[in-house]
Design a protein around this ligand. Structure first.
Ligand SMILES: Cc1cc2nc3c(=O)[nH]c(=O)nc-3n(C[C@H](O)[C@H](O)[C@H](O)COP(=O)(O)OP(=O)(O)OC[C@H]3O[C@@H](n4cnc5c(N)ncnc54)[C@H](O)[C@@H]3O)c2cc1C
Length: 399
């Protein structure tokens, strides 16, 4: 199961034009409404529509299937910019792209032709369903099963904390096709499972979407529970790669771009929190001078700026390694761990610099501060990232 795709490229001018278009959209369409949607925890239908129009749901899908075919480096820059304004928006297309890339990398030619054009336009939107009520980090401990029944697989089980699972149409679902396999990962497969009946718009047969989960932040986006009761999935189009037993590899491969994305979100949060702190420290006066002239505040700003820049460089490093091909667990793990810990630290320090105003819902710091902790949990917790980094270090440097 090798990845034989060509490496995507983009000219500097085209990248700049794309980033400028996104900046204009952020200023004009997102900034005025982000707080409204976030505070109401409401699905931002019009913004999702805009992102489909801009091609973001096909950002990493190759042009032959209607996508933009962007390099991960450009993609990470887009994610960082959007996260400066409203991080939730990046979740809609990143979860979707993790699903799409699994098909693009590992699917059969028929699966690519069938799914990728619809994923690229956002006509079908979805995500990656790995986590269950009793299994998150320990992915091999999942209990959802799928058994072959003629031309279909029948899925039974439930998934929890799944992004895009209420408003979306389809999911890449990690299942056990052989629950007794040893080692456990050999019994795991990946199925592309429609969750909505395309004709009626209702839930697909055997699928029950649960409620949208209330969250500290990362609101507006639908993260929820979903249950499968003998839900049928077409075997030819659904079993990714047409082969059982490869699902765990596909899931961990999909998480690599997810980690680059989460790290880039961290860059966006840190950058915005730093920008706000630098501006505020120059206008807030105590003891007869702007707080930016107090050494205690300068020490904070210096550290925040250096760590934010280091995060940007680590994300660039990971994205470039991803663009070169092959596995990038080490680079993506380093970027994810450092940039997301930095996002939390910088948001916290920015809040302290803002004093009481940082705690107010009328200033942007409060939301950045609530958004940052998710990044330390999703796409593999930061505890696991350090373990992955260490294992890779040892594997790449045997004695
Ligand atoms: C807002 C949100 C959106 C999400 N979206 C998705 C999604 O779209 N799809 C999806 O599949 N999942 C999603 N998740 C789930 C997320 O990926 C999991 O929460 C994450 O993998 C951690 O799993 P857990 O919550 O079960 O924690 P656990 O695995 O129970 O871990 C609990 C603690 O123990 C630590 N720990 C566990 N095992 C080890 C170990 N071996 N060594 C050291 N420390 C360990 C962890 O680091 C953590 O600190 C989402 C979660 C959130 C909060």
């Amino acid at each position: 199961m090798t990845d034989t795709l060509e490496r995507p490229t983009i000219s500097e001018a085209d990248e700049q034009a794309l980033l400028d278009a996104i900046d204009r959209w952020l200023v004009k369409k997102v900034a005025p409404v982000a707080d409204k949607y976030e505070q109401a925890d409401e699905y931002p239908t019009e913004l999702v529509h805009d992102m489909c129009e801009m091609g973001l749901f096909g950002a990493l899908i190759e042009p032959q299937w209607g996508g933009l075919g962007l390099p991960a480096l450009t993609y990470s820059r887009i994610v960082a910019r959007i996260s400066e304004e409203w991080m939730s928006l990046t979740g809609f297309f990143n979860s979707h792209l993790m699903m799409a890339l699994i098909v693009q990398k590992f699917g059969t030619p028929a699966q690519k032709d069938h799914w990728l054009p619809r994923f690229a336009t956002g006509e079908l939107r979805g995500g990656l369903a790995l986590t269950e009520p009793d299994a998150g980090t320990d992915l091999q401990g999942i209990r959802t099963t799928a058994r072959k029944d003629g031309d279909v697989y029948r899925i039974n089980g439930s998934k929890l904390w799944i992004t895009n699972c209420i408003e979306g149409d389809i999911l890449a679902v990690l299942v056990k096709t052989n629950p007794n396999a040893e080692p456990r990962h050999r019994g795991m497969s990946m199925l592309i499972a429609p969750t909505r009946d395309m004709e009626t718009g209702k839930e697909a047969e055997g699928v029950s979407r649960g409620r949208k989960l209330p969250k500290l932040c990362y609101r507006g986006i639908d993260t929820g529970a979903i249950a499968f009761d003998d839900a049928p999935v077409d075997a030819r189009l659904g079993l990714v790669g047409g082969e059982e037993g490869k699902g765990f590899l596909m899931a961990t491969g999909g998480l690599e771009i997810g980690r680059v994305n989460v790290a880039a979100r961290g860059v966006g949060i840190a950058r915005r929190a730093l920008k706000e702190a630098v501006a505020y420290a120059q206008v807030r006066t105590t003891m007869g001078k702007p707080i930016a002239q107090h050494q205690a505040i300068q020490l904070k700003l210096g550290e925040m700026a250096a760590k934010t820049r280091a995060s940007e460089l680590l994300v660039e490093d990971a994205a470039k390694a991803y663009d070169r091909g092959g596995r990038v667990d080490l680079e993506a793990g380093m970027a994810k761990w450092f940039a997301t810990e930095t996002a939390f630290e910088v948001a916290t320090e920015s809040m302290r610099i803002h004093g009481a105003y940082g705690y107010s819902k009328e200033f942007p710091i409060e939301r950045l501060y609530r958004d940052a902790p998710l990044l330390m949990i999703g796409e593999g917790t930061n505890e696991m990232q350090r373990i992955i980094i260490a294992r890779q270090l040892i594997a790449r440097n045997p004695v």
